[in-house]
Design a protein around this ligand. Sequence first.
Ligand code: GLP
Length: 240
Amino acid sequence: MKVIVGNNDYISGLIAEEFVKMVNQKPNCVLGLATGTSPLGVYANMIKAYKDGRVSFKDVKTFNLDEYIGLEGTHNQSYRYFMNTNLFDHIDIDKNNTHVLKGVGDYLGYANKYDELIKEAGGIDLQILGIGSDGHIAFNEPGTPFDSLTHVAELAESTIKDNSRLFNDISEVPTKAVTMGLKSIMNAKKIVLIATGKNKAKAIFNLLKGPMTEEVPCSILQKHPDCTIYVDEDAYSLVK
Ligand code: GLP
């Protein structure tokens, strides 16, 4: 794994350029996208590149990592809503080509065919990941099998607590989600992970220095052939 250290603006800019480069090289590429605070700067830079006429997303397909069970796509904390408002509404992507797992209705039926849909699209060319303070990626919490495909997951107590900052009250945070599995993520051809802030320092230490174990879901990335970790000084502080 390669590691790049810099402030949030710097690493967000670098990752956005990776996306721009990928889309310009392969206009019908498949992008794996993530939600959370971490990728916001990346998406802002991608929007700017589009507005500056440096890239077009019109033939791009996207697959998002996860969605809360119980939230409609119109709910302001759903990951579909997040993607529309923070990226898709501001670029020329065809929304029919944007895939986000469903949190209501036949969410299980859709989850069960998600890996197949990704495969049919040609596989993910570039996947962005954030990381949970407990080392989760997407909603793969500690203990998730390394060979997992898209599935229903129970959120860890610490994740519910971390994510409650975005809800009115902790009682409103869904306790379950649908998520791409660790194997689904590892199938991506290229992966970039972004982490900033002291509360990610332990997870980043475990990712870069710890053993590969299902107790630390992100540690599986150690065996990905093309994975780069972008961190700020705070997230990197325990490694140095
Ligand atoms: C959620 C998401 C993850 C994300 C994590 C970190 O749990 N399911 O995909 O990486 O939060 O979020 P943030 O970037 O807001 O710290």
